[in-house]
Design a protein around this ligand. Structure first.
Ligand SMILES: NC(=O)c1ccc[n+]([C@@H]2O[C@H](COP(=O)([O-])OP(=O)(O)OC[C@H]3O[C@@H](n4cnc5c(N)ncnc54)[C@H](OP(=O)(O)O)[C@@H]3O)[C@@H](O)[C@H]2O)c1
Length: 273
């Protein structure tokens, strides 16, 4: 049995679907099991009281973990789970010791290693799905305002992260590996918005705003902290100087190229209209 935490999330949903479609027994953790609507055959389980019976492998999504951390980790340890696969971040590889996002993911990786004998850390780069942050602006007009127009990330499709996670959970990736998961192209924010516009048939353009204005806009989100906003902005600034390189790991593991940002945009186009 494979337990998927964060099962209703960006990566969790395609992961649950891919595991179920390939015949694996899956238990999906959510705060709202009644509303979650998982594929037929998938068990759902309330995150308030995680059921680890018969579970041999766990997908650990930090979004789900950081609220009930000790309960879940204790349950994983006590159940004698063999393998934990973390949804970590490539930010752990930065030398920036003040990077709040990196430090949270370092904690996540260490926690996983403390509760199971086998572990694989999926060090994802920026999700292509982060473009959803632009939905409101795209619906309102042709300009997307944001920081560091020339910052280049290598956006990775959530279906590809899920495909690698499925392999890691089913033992196809050796314990101790920590693949860096990027998309197939390093793209500036300007280029990402232009691609999104081409897919939507709209003349979208990215307009750079100052670091301070971007920081204020980020802090208007309830869940954003000053530490995280500052870490992300420092990261974007570094991606102007050093564009995020494309990692070979995803293609090596899946035996095919990762899905392009354009594919992601085509799949999500309806949400921007
Ligand atoms: N975005 C990026 O560029 C990026 C890059 C690298 C790594 N990551 C990592 O990936 C994670 C996000 O993955 P994702 O997008 O798949 O997850 P998500 O969609 O943000 O969340 C996954 C699920 O976790 C549950 N959840 C969310 N917030 C929660 C909370 N405060 N307390 C308890 N449960 C909560 C929700 O499920 P229910 O409502 O069903 O309980 C949600 O559907 C980030 O936390 C980050 O660590 C992100």
């Amino acid at each position: 049995m494979i337990l998927v935490t964060g099962a209703t999330g960006t990566v969790g949903r395609p992961l649950v679907a891919q595991l179920a479609a390939t015949g694996h027994a899956v238990r999906a953790l959510t705060r709202a099991p009644r509303d979650a609507r998982f594929p037929a055959g998938v068990e759902s389980c309330d995150s308030a009281s995680p059921d680890l019976d018969d579970v041999t492998a766990v997908f650990l999504n930090p979004a789900a973990l950081w609220q009930g951390e000790q309960t879940l980790l204790d349950a994983v340890r006590n159940a004698g789970v063999t393998r934990v696969v973390t949804l970590s971040s490539s930010s752990v590889l930065t030398g920036d010791s003040r990077h709040a996002v990196a430090n949270r993911h370092r904690e996540l990786e260490a926690a996983a290693e403390a509760v199971a004998p086998e572990f694989v850390h999926l060090r994802a780069d920026a999700f292509a799905a982060n473009a959803r942050q632009w939905i409101g602006q795209v619906r309102a007009g042709d300009t997307v305002a944001g920081p560091y127009a020339q910052a280049a990330t290598a956006p990775v499709h959530e279906d590809d992260i899920a495909a690698v996670a499925a392999r890691a959970l089913t033992g196809a990736i050796p314990s101790g590996e920590a693949p860096v998961l990027t998309g197939p192209q390093s793209l500036t924010f300007t280029e990402q918005v232009r691609i999104l516009g081409a897919v939507l048939g709209r003349p979208l353009r990215y307009e750079e705003i100052s670091h301070a204005a971007a920081r204020n806009a980020m802090l208007s989100n309830d869940w954003m902290t000053e530490e995280i906003a500052d870490s992300l902005l420092r990261y974007f600034a570094s991606c102007v100087e050093t564009p995020t390189p494309v990692s070979p790991d995803l293609e090596r593991i899946l035996g095919r190229r990762g899905r392009a940002f354009e594919d992601w945009a085509a799949g999500a186009a309806g949400e921007f209209r």
